[in-house]
Design a protein around this ligand. Structure first.
Ligand SMILES: [Zn+2]
Length: 306
């Protein structure tokens, strides 16, 4: 837990702010040196802007990152205008240039895949948003593994994990609190995202403490709703909260349960995804993309529901 908090603060604050500080203050020997640091900062900024989890520390910080980068870039460009483009140096400098090139390629590729993940697939199942009364945040979602860890597996390929934002755009009281009740989404009512028939219900797994993950029952408690040719699954629900039974017909917007922390999840989230094919159990058929009110949602998108 502490390790995750430290890792998060380092990647989201310490690394970008240190780079901007160096850009802001440094007097470079050559323009090549400046170009290297500028490209490292640019690729890291794009990467962390798209793929960072900005619901941990507060969503507005996401916008501070590119603004600080732009300001420090302009200032450092002005300060270093007069320096020579290149000067011959000791061979050891080639190694430094080589390492810097690798860093640029790494974060450039991550930034590219993060951006690619925001692009909507042509076809998608149209659904209503399954939560109400608040501002919701897409913690995992999108068309690449950089934005959506589900993307590596076939069935939940286009799954979304959703949290709720309060106050300063945070998903919980604290960065990574221990108690489930500290997460704003925990206990929120889940609504059916479509008209359909309930064909599977699982409600026997407990809501786990934050440090526990049930890897033998990944989805925890869930509901499967058949709509047309697709099966919609809502997972990690609170034990004892499910209000529908197998065979029930549901309408879009009908309450079906509450957000919990059952199964394999690191914290309370609502998981939703669609699979295509015959009605069968969760994680057995190919996943298909979903759209909510015509939006293809990806990590860092927010969705406001009355
Ligand atoms: Zn999930």
């Amino acid at each position: 837990m502490l390790g995750q908090i430290i890792g998060h603060i380092v990647t989201h604050l310490v690394i970008p702010f240190s780079m901007y500080l160096v850009l802001w203050r440094a007097r470079f020997r050559t323009k090549i040196d400046w170009i290297f640091l500028m490209l490292i900062s640019l690729s890291y900024t794009v990467y962390i802007y798209f793929s960072g989890r900005w619901d941990w520390l507060g969503y507005p910080i996401r916008y501070v990152i590119p603004v600080l980068f732009a300001i420090s870039l302009v200032r450092s460009f002005r300060w270093n205008r007069g320096v020579p483009f290149f000067i011959p140096r000791m061979p050891a400098w080639n190694f430094i240039y080589f390492i810097q090139t690798l860093v640029i390629i790494l974060f450039g590729a991550l930034a590219f895949f993060a951006y690619q993940g925001t692009r909507a697939p042509a076809e998608a199942v149209s659904l209503s948003f399954p939560l109400k009364h608040g501002t919701f945040y897409i913690a995992h979602g999108g068309n690449s593994a950089v934005l959506n860890y589900h993307h590596l597996s076939e069935s939940p390929r286009f799954a979304l994990d959703i949290t709720r934002l309060e106050g300063w755009g945070r998903r919980a009281r604290g960065v990574y609190p221990q108690e489930l009740e500290q997460y704003y989404i925990f206990g929120d009512t889940v609504f059916s995202p479509c008209k359909g028939r309930v064909f599977v219900v699982q409600d026997r797994f407990p809501d786990l403490a934050l440090t526990q993950v049930d890897t033998s029952h990944i989805a925890g408690n869930y509901v499967g709703i058949r709509s047309g040719t697709v099966n919609i699954f809502l997972a990690h629900l609170q034990q004892g909260s499910i209000r529908v039974q197998v065979g029930d017909t549901v309408d879009a917007g009908q309450p079906i349960g509450r957000v919990g922390n059952s199964g394999a999840t690191n914290e309370p989230v609502l998981h939703i995804h669609a699979e295509i094919g015959e009605p069968s159990d969760i994680l057995t058929q190919p996943g298909v993309p979903v759209r909510f009110h015509d939006r293809f949602l990806v990590r860092n998108d927010r969705f406001v529901m009355p």
